[in-house]
Every structure is written in structure tokens, then in C-alpha cells.
Design a protein around this ligand. Structure first.
Ligand code: FPP
Length: 246
């Protein structure tokens, strides 16, 4: 699908993506898993470009989950160096495209060089005003929810918060996505139909889009296709179709 076919006044503000299928792509091409992840960076570049061009304001990419630490050590190490490499290599490109990079997750658990390069890229792109690119790294939805609970319990203990002040907005303001609207659209590639601990709180009313395309083959045209599909849906938020139309 091409950009011109999308309704410009109904672009999701926030698109979240579970980039899946790098390993299977590599296997199909007779290569090792790491090669699949390396090729995945081309897909990231294309989708970041496409998101900016279509007017998406926030793009969150699930780059490394809490559970991914349990992968073979070699693969984890290779993914970490790939991240450092990609972040360093792409920073100029992000600045040229006016993209602001942010990161969510248990960032303190990342190797020191990843933390350093990440914070340099975040700093270097911090005054950009276009697309917000949010990398979820060492992230899981349950981890994030528990972190929020701990912060609120601490405030309650110190008498800064009382029970009747705890509501959805207040809770959301303790998540790592504070200030970021919930994703209207969640895309998962590679034909898997799972959430895998991604943005559990934030996707309460997201539209899900699943595609069999493996992540290294995914390009901006596929993102436009997903947005086009989103634009054809009726979002009811628990109401009836009649209520929505009136
Ligand atoms: C899932 O495929 C993919 C990952 C765990 C890593 C995603 C990382 C990248 C695309 C690298 C670059 C990212 C950035 C933001 C620069 P999988 O390995 O689970 O594939 P499989 O299910 O086929 O085994």
C-alpha cells in the first residue's frame, strides 16, 4: 500500500510493533540467527521512515524483552553489540529525519556500553520535534506494572498518596510510558498471535494487526497496509456501533 492511499486525518498517533521472525528468516536463507537480526535493522530503518512520513507521532519497537535474556549467551551478546552498532550508526540519520529517540525498560540491566551509546543517542536527538522513536529494551509489561506498584506503595508509605487518589491516570503516570498516548495500533510480524508481555497496560483498547511477513522483510509499505487496515475498523471502546456513529 502507498502513503497516498491513507486518510491523512485518521493516522494512529502511536503504533507499537513486536518485531518477530528474525531467526526464522535467517533459517530460511540458510544463515545463522544473528544474520536475521542484522537484516532486521533495515526493516527498522524503513519503518521509522514510513512512520515519520505518514504522521505517526510515536513508534514503539519491542527490541529486547526481559525474557530475551534467557536466549543463548552468544545470541544475547550479538544482539547487544548489534544494538550499540545500529544506535551509533543511525543517530545522524535520525537527526536528519528530526526523529527523537527514547528508551523504556530496565535500562540499568543493559551492558554499560549499550547504556552509554543509548543515552548519547537519546541526548543527541532530544531536541528533535518529529517522530518519537521509543525502543523497548530489557522491557516487559509485567515488570513495568510492578515497578509502578512499588513506586506508588512507597509514596503511600510516606503519606504522599492516599487510596482514593489511585486511579487509571495516576497509575499510568507511574509507568515508563508516562506522557505517551496509548498505542491505537499494535503490529506483530511473523504470523504469531501473542502479546509476549508487551505494553500490557497500554494496549487495553489497541487494535491488533498480525501479518505473516517475517520482520527482516517488513517495510514501510507494510506499515501503510497495517494503518490502512486500522482505518477501516470501527473502534467502539465497549459502546455500540450505533452510539459510535451518532
Ligand atoms: C525477534 O525475532 C526479534 C528480536 C528478539 C530482536 C529484534 C531486534 C532487532 C530487529 C535488531 C535491531 C533493533 C533496533 C531497534 C536497532 P526472533 O529472534 O524471535 O525470531 P524467531 O521467532 O523467528 O526465532
Amino acid at each position: 500500500m502507498i502513503l497516498d492511499e491513507l486518510k491523512k486525518n485518521y493516522i494512529p498517533r502511536h503504533v507499537a510493533v513486536i518485531m518477530d521472525g528474525n531467526g526464522r528468516w535467517a533459517e530460511l536463507h540458510g544463515n545463522d540467527r544473528i544474520f536475521g537480526h542484522t537484516q532486521g535493522v533495515d526493516a527498522v530503518r524503513s519503518v521509522v521512515e514510513g512512520a515519520g512520513e505518514s504522521g505517526v507521532e510515536y513508534l514503539t519497537l519491542y527490541a529486547f524483552s526481559t525474557e530475551n535474556w534467557d536466549r543463548p549467551k552468544d545470541e544475547v551478546n550479538a544482539l547487544m553489540s548489534l544494538l550499540v552498532h545500529a544506535i551509533v550508526q543511525e543517530t545522524d540519520n535520525l537527526n536528519e529525519k528530526n526523529v527523537k529517540m527514547l528508551a523504556i525498560g530496565n535500562l540499568a540491566s543493559l551492558p554499560p556500553d549499550v547504556q552509554l551509546k543509548l543515552s548519547e543517542a537519546v541526548q543527541s536527538t532530544s531536541s528533535n520535534t518529529g517522530l518519537n522513536l521509543i525502543l523497548a529494551l530489557s522491557y516487559s509489561g509485567r515488570w513495568e506494572i510492578l515497578e509502578a506498584v512499588k513506586k506508588i506503595v512507597c509514596k503511600a508509605k510516606n503519606g504522599e498518596v492516599s487510596e482514593n487518589q489511585i486511579n487509571e491516570n495516576m497509575f499510568a503516570s507511574h509507568l515508563s510510558t508516562v506522557g505517551i498516548p496509548d498505542p491505537e495500533l499494535l503490529i506483530r510480524t511473523s504470523g504469531e498471535y501473542r502479546i509476549s508481555n508487551f505494553l500490557l497496560w497500554q494496549i487495553a483498547y489497541s487494535e491488533f494487526y498480525f501479518t505473516p511477513i517475517l520482520w527482516p522483510d517488513f517495510r514501510k509499505e507494510n506499515l501503510f497496509e497495517a494503518i490502512g487496515d486500522f482505518q477501516r475498523r470501527e473502534r467502539r471502546f465497549g459502546k455500540t456501533s450505533e452510539q459510535i456513529r451518532s
